[in-house]
Design a protein around this ligand. Sequence first.
Ligand SMILES: Cc1cc2nc3c(=O)[nH]c(=O)nc-3n(C[C@H](O)[C@H](O)[C@H](O)COP(=O)(O)OP(=O)(O)OC[C@H]3O[C@@H](n4cnc5c(N)ncnc54)[C@H](O)[C@@H]3O)c2cc1C
Ligand code: FES
Length: 357
Amino acid sequence: MSFLKNLFTSKPKYVHVEPGGEEFEVPGGQTILEAALAQNIPYPHDCTVGTCGSCKTLLTEGRVRALNDFGYTLSQDELAAGYILACQALPKDEITRVKLENPATEGVEPEDFEGRVAATEPLTHDIVKLTVALDRPLHYIAGQYANIKVPQVGRERHYSFAQPPLKDGRDEVSFFVRKIPGGAFTEALFAGEYDCQALVVNAPQGHFHLRQGDGPMLCIAGGSGLAPVLALLEAARKNRVQRDCVFLFGARTQADLYCLDRIREVEQGWKGRFEFHPVLSEEPEDSGWAGKRGLVTEHVAASLPDADWSRVQGYMCGPPPMIDAGIHAMVELGTPLPQIYHDKFTDESHGAKHENA
Ligand SMILES: Cc1cc2nc3c(=O)[nH]c(=O)nc-3n(C[C@H](O)[C@H](O)[C@H](O)COP(=O)(O)OP(=O)(O)OC[C@H]3O[C@@H](n4cnc5c(N)ncnc54)[C@H](O)[C@@H]3O)c2cc1C
Ligand code: FES
């Protein structure tokens, strides 16, 4: 009886957003993101299904119910610090206060571009460079990603630009795509089914890019996560950024390393100290590999032995477990969470499912 009474007399719920100060009502059953967008309040977002992390928000007051567990897209450290995903959060209290770290729009607004697969070129046994020709030049910030949609696979997939942008935009863009066993998009791509394929590219997306600062940078990439990290480093080198930088690149064996020539070019042209360390987790003991071994995130502490970790900025992209471990290692050493920027290459196996996936 009291449940029915509460249902019919429940008070309206409001969300207050900092730093902009917007306040809006969230009708019953709507997420914070849905309510904001329905009321034309800009709110950072992309996938709306809890996988991309674009709507990551700090909850500063009130409680929310998660439609889908935040814990695949957000790390344990982010959850403990109070971060939520606005696209999966239903407010429970009359007033909920949240704080945004990423502005709703950064750089240019995303648009649809008509594209065609121009080339696929193997980089390793399970990573290809996918080149897409576009109907007009596309502008983006190094580190951002695109949503790619082919008619055969209803839901769009996210892929990070693997080159720095050009001043007049790029009418041909490239991505590093890793084959995911059982994956609808990547299995067909690797089977050659998308040669000359028409597709829609919605871009630019995301908030992973170089931030201002003069402290050291620690970059960590795993697998195809090299794409945005390399684009970011190449752009920084071109812009003569002068900061200490350590770059850890995690792979299984020597056969999984690629684009080493491009990384060496960054190293040679970098203004400041630059260290590059490939780290191999499954390289045979007797292979003669003299470099670092183990999981890439096990090398975080030793990568900047004399650093004041509260000044370090982290830039990491790749598989979810690597990102979670990388964030944890940096937080333990004293880096504030807001200084750790990442794109976690989540996939559909954990997010909320779309009807047409
Ligand atoms: C911000 C961002 C940037 C990214 N950038 C890159 C990049 O630069 N390069 C890159 O390679 N990847 C990137 N990704 C990952 C990429 O978007 C795709 O998720 C990935 O390529 C898999 O796509 P797919 O269609 O092949 O697999 P999917 O069809 O999405 O399947 C992925 C896995 O989930 C399983 N699965 C699918 N549906 C279900 C279901 N209903 N129930 C259970 N399991 C299911 C599949 O068997 C498979 O194991 C990025 C992801 C994000 C969020
Ligand atoms: S918009 Fe919320 S996780 Fe993508």
